[in-house]
Design a protein around this ligand. Sequence first.
Ligand code: FAD
Length: 470
Amino acid sequence: ERPASRQSRKKVVAVVGGGLVGALNACFFAKRGFDVELFESREDIRRAKIVKGRSINLALSHRGRQALKHVGLEEKIVAQGIPMHARMIHSLNGKQSPIPYGRKGQYILSVDRANLNKELLTAAETYPNTKMNFDHKLQDCNAETGLMTFVRLDGSKEQVKAHLIVGCDGAFSAIRKQFLRRSRFDYSQTYIPHGYMELTMLPINGEFAMKPNYLHIWPRNTFMMIALPNLDKTFTCTLFMPFEDFEKITTGDEVIEFFQKYFPDTIPLIGADTLRRDYFRLPAQAMVSVKCNPYHIGDTCVLMGDAAHAVVPFYGQGMNAGFEDCIVFDEIMDQFNEDFSAVLPEYTRVRVPDDHAIADLAMYNYIEMRAHVNSKWFLFRKYVDNILYFFMPKTIIPLYTMVTFTRTRYHEAVKRWHWQNKVINRGLLLSAVAALLGGSYLLIKNPPDINKLIVSAEKMWDRLVALRTL
Ligand code: FAD
């Protein structure tokens, strides 16, 4: 056992996991003057030739940006991101229709995961009271005493002791395993039947193959594809589809046939040969949702980020929620003068309902994609919400706006959404009665052009489908 490295007389905080949340959290603790040791199982990604990991790029929104701002990184990261002001919906016939995310000036950012992770690690390292330990895989720990055992690539072991262990080691957290051994720890994990596969769309003549400032979406009922822009003018396309459908496609010709049927406009952009090859490069990846409670053990161990709450990616909030965890913890540290015995239980009390709410919302969006896609009433309601938001921005705020562009607590956003739904549904019922009477009268007097009516209904349909997700 080696003593943790000490630069000050403050307590030693071990951050386990140097992914997005762990690296950011190291900055938060270092800024407060703690002696921080970060332990990451992989080698230093800033030196690695190939960076393995999950999605290539992610959507950064308000909550994540606020957390970056706390440690002085917002401007730098935003400058390296690509603003996406709207969704761009691709219909089957190749037609593209933009749907803004919010009001003017409201946008989400496409950021490169590996680059963001590298910037966060570099930022953490600039604090003299931070020590980075790569190639340190946590094998075991005693959450009560703070003693951790790490294994290195060469098989050697190292034991380190800390006053506080912060588990940021992702959806399959080794720290969380300690919690599972204890009584009164609630835990649930759900794999969804869909998998995801990433495909790259290269630039054409040195330029983006599609309009860059959009999150492109091809909604196709039980499956969909999205594409986010990258700084090197490529797009990363992510196909979400049930595993059984992925498995049905076994040859290059079947890939092309499938894309011809559902995403014909992307074939010339990605390239038929690339599609044939890249579809089989990596198998589709699984997506898991994890919920647990509490997030802490005594005054010595706490979980944050995906280790506490892995969510399915259909609200673009996993990382944003994990980053917000860091701010919430930091705010509670102020309230309780950094007394871990008070901070940790309060963190669980405050944060569990919010993280559970975003996990539920993300799952709801996923289910909704399949179950409600044919519900005209449901889609119509989304449209109404946006119109009302335009005219009454303080009273009716669409759920997506609350989640993405504010720091309204997730569980309060859900509560408010339910309340708004009640009010709007009642209002609509009244308006429907009035419209039925007035409309019948007008229709009898001026019969409409049926063809025009069908075309505009189709247009509206595509837009409504897109509004529900991402
Ligand atoms: P991770 O990023 O998983 O990092 C965990 C780290 O811990 C890793 O570096 C790992 O090597 C290390 N580690 C693991 N085990 C050990 C161990 N035993 N010892 C030491 N180290 C260990 N979120 C968004 O906000 N917006 C999006 O648009 C978005 N899109 C997504 C798209 C997809 C397809 C997926 C799958 C997720 C998406 N997410 C998105 C979610 C986001 O990726 C996660 O929420 C985020 O990566 C969580 O960060 P983390 O640091 O908690 O975990």
